[in-house]
Design a protein around this ligand. Structure first.
Ligand code: SAM
Length: 179
């Protein structure tokens, strides 16, 4: 099994690459040349062939990105308002990054594509927002990890996201929305 953080958990689940590229292509097509901040850019597969001005970031130096930073720090530090699209292609929950976008009142398109491939404890931010005290008091956090789509959709709605589109499956969320 490929786990996030292992050196095999590199770049995307291959079967869905076309779907993930389509989401990005559709978002970019709304602009003549969209200004994109690709927060977890890796080798840049998901933006290859799409007309856009992509500013890249990756925590790993080997990808020679414009920025080499933890993406949450990056979102806190740079002028995110310069970008039409912010792309957050995380391995796990993107909520820590989204918290920054909400706090900084970002206005634009956000793309979030992520999986929850194994039954693990859910993201604390999402679960607390969805289940409230039920989650906080319960010791077996893993029982809350089965419904990430509903948790994520609820979280987006509570934070004013609109035009939400994409795939919301039990273990995969590939979507775009606007803020
Ligand atoms: C999450 S995937 C993104 C794949 C990428 N979108 C692509 O098309 O190739 C893997 C990449 O995310 C990077 N990464 C993982 N955690 C990160 C973090 N907290 N901040 C920035 N980059 C991160 C890894 O170094 C790796 O290159």
């Amino acid at each position: 099994m490929i786990r996030p953080g292992s050196n095999k958990a590199t770049n995307n689940d291959a079967l869905y690459i076309r779907f993930k590229k389509n989401i990005r292509g559709k978002c970019a097509a709304k602009f003549t040349c969209a200004r994109v901040l690709s927060c977890l850019h890796g080798e840049g597969l998901l933006w290859r062939g799409i007309t856009a001005k992509v500013t890249s970031n990756d925590a790993d130096l080997k990808w020679s990105c414009d920025y080499v930073k933890n993406y949450v720090s990056l979102l806190n530090e740079i002028n995110i308002h310069l970008y039409d699209i912010i792309d957050i292609d995380t391995w796990g929950s993107p909520a820590k990054g989204l918290e920054v976008l909400f706090k900084r009142k970002y206005k634009g398109i956000v793309i979030c594509t992520f999986c929850n491939p194994v039954p693990i404890n859910p993201c604390k931010i999402l679960a607390e927002s969805y289940y409230g005290a039920l989650y906080t008091k319960c010791k077996r956090k893993s029982v809350f990890g089965r419904d990430i789509s509903n948790m994520f959709l609820d979280y987006l709605n509570k934070n004013g996201a609109f035009n939400i589109e994409g795939l919301f499956a039990k273990q995969k969320i590939y979507c775009k929305f606007e803020l």
